[in-house]
Design a protein around this ligand. Sequence first.
Ligand SMILES: Cc1cc2nc3c(=O)[nH]c(=O)nc-3n(C[C@H](O)[C@H](O)[C@H](O)COP(=O)(O)OP(=O)(O)OC[C@H]3O[C@@H](n4cnc5c(N)ncnc54)[C@H](O)[C@@H]3O)c2cc1C
Ligand SMILES: CC(C)C(=O)C(=O)O
Length: 346
Amino acid sequence: MSLNKVNSKTDILIIGCGCIGLSTGIVLLKTGKYNVQIWSRDLPPNTTSNKAAALWYPFLCNPPDLVGKWSAETMQYFKDHIIGDPKSGTLIKKVNEIFRREHKEDPEWRPYVQSFRRARKDELPEGYVDGFAVDDGFVMDTDMYMDYLVQTFKSLGGSIEQREVEDIREAFVHYDTVINCTGLGSRELFKDKLIYPSRGQIIVIKNSSERSIMDEEDHIAYVIPRISNTVLGGTNQEHDYNTEPTKQDTEEILKRVAMISPRFAKNRIEIQDVKVGLRPSRHEIRLENEFFEGGSKLVVHNYGHGGSGFTVSWGCALEALRVMEAGIPNLLFYKKQQQPKPQSKL
Ligand SMILES: Cc1cc2nc3c(=O)[nH]c(=O)nc-3n(C[C@H](O)[C@H](O)[C@H](O)COP(=O)(O)OP(=O)(O)OC[C@H]3O[C@@H](n4cnc5c(N)ncnc54)[C@H](O)[C@@H]3O)c2cc1C
Ligand SMILES: CC(C)C(=O)C(=O)O
């Protein structure tokens, strides 16, 4: 008994068309072993991923050791496959995280990122006494990058259908193996009440900046330069489902950013856009197999990336491939079990 196969490749369904679903689909297609289709309620630019800043920097995401590993793998993947392509909307940009108080401990992801160093005094704005630095960090203009992922996925033979899945059994009619990349959608689709929204608001301005700089010590303030504009942020309001920008948050962000980068004082900026996204927050990323229907159907969960979906995307995509390929043999075993036993000839 074999899995659904066409042209000797196994059919896989991915639910979700954010940065996680697209990265996972590209990794599967590059193996040459799978036909991959994406079903998704929302397509870029109407996903949370499109509302992100975004830069490479582990943030609001756990577990620390795996996030460190997956962040480093993602950084390497970007260097090997993405950053050299101008269509990707990515740029190498140093990132500094800065502190008003001395910060004795390095970040938990430090052992995985060789280029990590402590910030120099000349990199610290007035009032800041300590900081981290990653010289080979990178940023992406998220709309450009998401379109680049869609084009890459399709150019490798992937197909995308705009379709909401209300019950996972809809997927099982056509597929034995499904990868769940629904982010916050897993709260409903898989009744996972451990995943919840962390609301983030950002301001897109015309001005430019030579580096990414962030203060996350007592509140969040960041400046993230991109190809055609710069992002100022941000907020982190847990369990807040409001996707509309508020004037109050915009004012608060501008006030905080002016402290880390005085050149962005309110009267010297040109606001182009204000966006809100709901981070898919969870105590830790869920990346594991779950069998359904007596073991004859396999769901690979890959969701709950909080504030680091882009930062861990390719590491998690490679892990999802490993986890899926470890699960498929069990699937075959269970399917064989389900076959009707041949009648013994009397
Ligand atoms: C303001 C802000 C700034 C951020 N900045 C950064 C940053 O600088 N760096 C970084 O690494 N991360 C950043 N993030 C976090 C990052 O945006 C998320 O971690 C990432 O987008 C999660 O990707 P995802 O594909 O899991 O989710 P999403 O982009 O939400 O995609 C989920 C997909 O699943 C689909 N879906 C859900 N339920 C169903 C269903 N039942 N049926 C069919 N389809 C369904 C949705 O339509 C969507 O297409 C930021 C987030 C915010 C809000
Ligand atoms: C560090 C910032 C840009 C972030 O990841 C977020 O706001 O989620």
